[in-house]
Write a protein that binds this ligand. Structure first.
Ligand code: BEZ
Ligand code: FE
Length: 291
């Protein structure tokens, strides 16, 4: 077909993918073409704007490497990541809700079985003791693997250190729940922080006058066969950014109390001679819908 114009080009683009053998791929491609074309028609996209968009996406791709995922960040800040998470993991009342994964998780961190391990590994900050329990219904979940990761008091993840290597990981670990579904560790108190704004996502934040702040949180991933893997955060109750999280991740079931305690004996018996914080949290797992 020739002499295509802005009105009939969509039908022709649909015709060209009509033989796609994979039905789901066909559905996604067809809808993508439809929405992209409708978008360009609706805003009357100019050639200069189209080219600026291409340049923007190119820079976003060029910024990505093993530890910097600018495309994930773009998806997160446009609300797309949390939208996909929300429609993929509906939760019954009382279950801990799913939130965005974010770009700072690392696979391959050593598994710490010892309760009360210190994952700060020398990072400066206010001491925090975390005790948690994983259950499903009324039963504790034993042997679940729990990935934990969070930023330091300045909002930096270890992967943002110039000399980062998995062996030098800090503020991250993997734990295994005991027979009562419990795990515990020491770390430092997380603080609210801005997402990285030195790339294309930061350019968008400034151009659209958005705050880049995330409320203080610790990330958790809880896995055990037979349960829907839970990727979530525990946010700090009272944080000023709970209702404006730049990546739309806050759920009511994911807010915990980081309680400030006087010097004395910590819940695990450790003597501590300065103020410290304690978080006690329960994660409720949903059985895997696929069995
Ligand atoms: C994070 O909290 O690690 C995060 C999540 C999504 C985007 C940027 C940062
Ligand atoms: Fe984070």
């Amino acid at each position: 077909m020739r002499n295509l114009d802005e009105h009939n080009i969509t039908a022709e683009a649909h015709r060209r993918i009509a033989a796609t053998p994979d039905a789901r791929l066909h559905q996604i491609m067809r809808s993508l073409i439809q929405h992209l074309h409708d978008f360009a028609r609706e805003v009357k996209l100019t050639e200069a704007e189209w080219f600026a968009g291409i340049e923007y996406l190119t820079k976003t791709g060029q910024m990505c490497n093993e530890v910097r995922q600018e495309f994930v960040l773009l998806s997160d800040t446009l609300g797309l990541s949390q939208l996909v998470v929300a429609q993929s993991h509906s939760r019954a009342a009382g279950m801990t809700e799913q939130t965005v994964f974010g770009p700072f998780h690392v696979e391959g961190v050593p598994t710490l079985i010892e309760p009360g391990s210190d994952i700060a590994r020398g990072t400066q900050g206010e001491a925090l003791y975390v005790s948690a329990r994983v259950s499903s219904g009324d039963a504790p979940v034993e042997g679940a693997l729990v990935d934990v990761w969070h930023a330091d008091a300045e909002g930096h993840y270890d992967t943002q250190d110039a000399d980062w290597a998995v062996e030098r990981s800090r503020l991250r670990a993997v734990f295994k729940t005991d027979a009562e579904g419990r795990f515990s560790f020491w770390s430092i108190l997380p603080k609210s922080y801005p997402i990285p704004t030195d790339g294309p996502v930061g350019t968008m934040m400034r151009a659209t006058k958005q705050s880049p702040m995330r409320p203080a949180h610790i990330h958790f991933r809880v896995r055990k066969p037979g349960f829907d893997t839970l990727v979530t955060h525990v946010f700090a109750d009272g944080d000023p950014y709970l209702d404006s999280d730049v990546v739309f991740g806050v759920r009511s079931s994911c807010i915990g109390t980081y309680e400030r305690l006087s010097p004395g004996t910590a819940p695990d018996g450790t003597r501590i001679d300065r103020h410290f914080y304690a978080l006690d949290f329960s994660f409720a797992l949903e059985p895997d819908p696929a069995g």
